[in-house]
Design a protein around this ligand. Structure first.
Ligand SMILES: Cc1ncc(COP(=O)(O)O)c(C=O)c1O
Length: 356
């Protein structure tokens, strides 16, 4: 593969076809640290359900366009009315509709570095984007005609914004979109979700992804929580069956699997510290502790060579942060995985450091 193709990784992590092409192996031979997916894998209960005759037979029918059962399950899970919920083909689909709403405003504040799909969704709808470096540097004179799109916890830094810092935004902006794609990874007592506030604020939209926590990015499922009138409008914009029947079935089973949720909450903190501490011990690397299931790592030099060596010599994929304009080539992001996988990553990085 020529170097220009290697340079231009991708806008997203988890592109195993690209990684395998560079590493000259099969996609399933890549140890993927680039997409932030729960390494505990899709819950067993869910895999059993999706293999059932009933699930297989369901593909011969169209999905319920109202996703009644799924919305009921999500509603129960969050203790909110089903009218306030819309399922989507991943949070990515719902970002498209949030982007369309935001584009109707005078401008949209975006805390950067920001997930690249925000730019896709906002630019596609012609939104005027105002980049800000942190919540403190939001424009001091906010106009009621502005919107804001925020990620909590924030990708790629892992920073967790507290509810008390977010709630004032609801009085200052015409529309507040909070992408809580990684909030599931925090146990309820630590989460800083605004879902409990949504019924009081028609100008609040919450987006949730199920693909990371339940390790089902290939199935595509997420949901929005927002005022029913707004969701009716989104429904009128999109195609009637964006969520397939297997994704619907799996999502319902995932939400009911409290044992899996607890197992993930029990696993993550020590696993995150293990990877953080291992990286911090390698000269030239500075991992930033975050609240989600990934770490942003600063390097004292460009990480492009490291990324290529890990991929070509060790079949390990990390997420370089080239596509985050504010970070450039001295940062990479890695997801939290099992300790055996961390050890493989750490020893490969150490080997690289010794010979560079
Ligand atoms: C911050 C953030 N929001 C949303 C998404 C999209 O998630 P989904 O797989 O549900 O479309 C991602 C995926 O990487 C993400 O990082």
């Amino acid at each position: 593969m020529d170097d220009t193709k290697i340079q231009h990784q991708i806008q997203h992590g988890g592109n195993l076809v690209w990684a395998a092409e560079v590493a000259q192996c099969q996609p399933n031979q890549i140890l993927d640290f680039s997409a932030s997916i729960n390494p505990l894998g899709c819950p067993d209960s869910v895999l059993a359900a999706i293999r059932s005759t009933e699930a297989i037979e369901s593909i011969s029918n169209y999905p319920d366009p109202n996703y009644t059962n799924l919305r009921k399950s999500i509603a129960q899970y969050h203790n909110i009315s089903p009218d306030w919920i819309m399922a989507g083909n991943g949070a990515a689909e719902l970002l498209t509709w949030a982007g369309r709403d935001l584009a109707g405003l005078s401008s949209v504040s975006l805390v950067v570095p920001a997930f690249s799909d925000y730019f896709r969704a906002l630019n596609a709808a012609g939104a005027v984007i105002e980049r800000v470096n942190n919540l403190q540097s939001l424009p001091s004179v906010k106009s009621k005609t502005m919107g804001i799109l925020l990620n909590n916890p924030h990708n790629p830094t892992g920073e967790l914004y507290r509810r008390s810092n977010l709630l004032p935004l609801l009085d200052e902006y015409q529309l507040v979109v909070i992408d809580e794609a990684f909030m599931d990874f925090l146990p309820p007592e630590q989460a800083q979700s605004l879902i409990a506030d949504v019924e009081q604020y028609p100008n609040l939209i919450i987006l949730r992804s199920m693909t990371k926590f339940y390790a089902i990015p290939g199935l595509r499922i997420g949901y929005a929580i927002a005022h029913p009138d707004r969701l009716k409008q989104w429904q009128s914009w999109r195609d009637p069956w964006s969520v397939n029947c297997l994704a619907e079935r799996v999502a319902i089973d995932c939400l009911a699997d409290t044992a899996f949720q607890q197992k993930t909450w029990d696993w993550l903190p020590s696993a995150r510290s293990h990877l953080h501490d291992g990286l911090a011990q390698i000269s030239g690397f500075e991992p930033q502790m975050g609240a989600a299931n990934f770490l942003l790592v600063k390097s004292d030099r460009s990480v492009i060579q490291l990324r290529d060596v890990l991929l070509k010599q060790h079949r390990i994929s990390i997420r370089d942060c080239h596509s985050f304009a504010e970070l450039g080539d001295r940062y990479f992001r890695v997801c939290i995985k099992t300790s055996i996988e961390h050890d493989r990553l750490l020893s490969s990085i150490k080997q690289f450091v010794q010979v560079r």
